[in-house]
Design a protein around this ligand. Structure first.
Ligand code: HEM
Length: 146
């Protein structure tokens, strides 16, 4: 079990990974507007059908997406809070009918956006830690049996 932290049935990422996310957090979210733009660019490129779920004007959506993402990842080292915030976001998506596969695409789109925004500034182990954190967030949101 090592440094895994348990919150109910939920197991959080390892401490070392959470720390890497925390350490690189400021650097990533200093460029959050660009991150959000790139995220939706990648998401819609991979799955054009998803575009219709959103308003024509994506400005507010981008702002909401990236502020909530930032808020949740800020608590990478605090599993209880991370878990509560992720569950709240999951409830907000409950009736949207987003599939497991679409959530997996969101992970890929977010990783591609990170790569675009940070170019080569992010060490591979830090990128891996971000991926883990994003996967954990999305695992709260994805329907269990889809
Ligand atoms: C990292 C994953 C995600 C985060 C952080 C996120 C964040 C958000 C936030 C903060 C909102 C606004 C909630 C509110 O109205 O208060 C939202 C709405 C929404 N999200 Fe997500 N989301 C994620 C993944 C997805 C995925 C994969 C889809 C699938 C297409 C999706 C579809 C939507 C839709 C359709 C809305 C409502 C848009 C509208 O009302 O115009 N989200 N999301």
């Amino acid at each position: 079990m090592g440094s895994w932290k348990q919150v109910g049935a939920y197991r959080h990422m390892e401490d070392a990974q959470a720390k890497l996310v925390e350490q690189s957090y400021v650097c990533v979210f200093a460029r959050k507007a660009e991150l959000a733009t790139k995220f939706y660019d990648h998401l819609f490129q991979q799955n054009p059908d998803l575009r219709a779920l959103f308003q024509e004007d994506m400005y507010v959506q981008r702002e909401m997406f990236v502020s909530i993402l930032a808020m949740i990842l800020k608590f990478a080292s605090r599993p209880q809070t991370f878990h509560e915030l992720a569950s709240r976001l999951a409830r907000q998506h409950e009736n949207l009918g987003v599939s497991h596969a679409q959530y997996a695409m969101a992970v890929d789109a977010l990783m591609a956006a990170l790569q675009d925004v940070l170019q080569n500034e992010m060490a591979p182990e830090t990128a891996q830690a971000w991926k883990k954190a994003i996967q954990e967030l999305v695992s709260h949101m994805a329907p269990q049996n889809a």
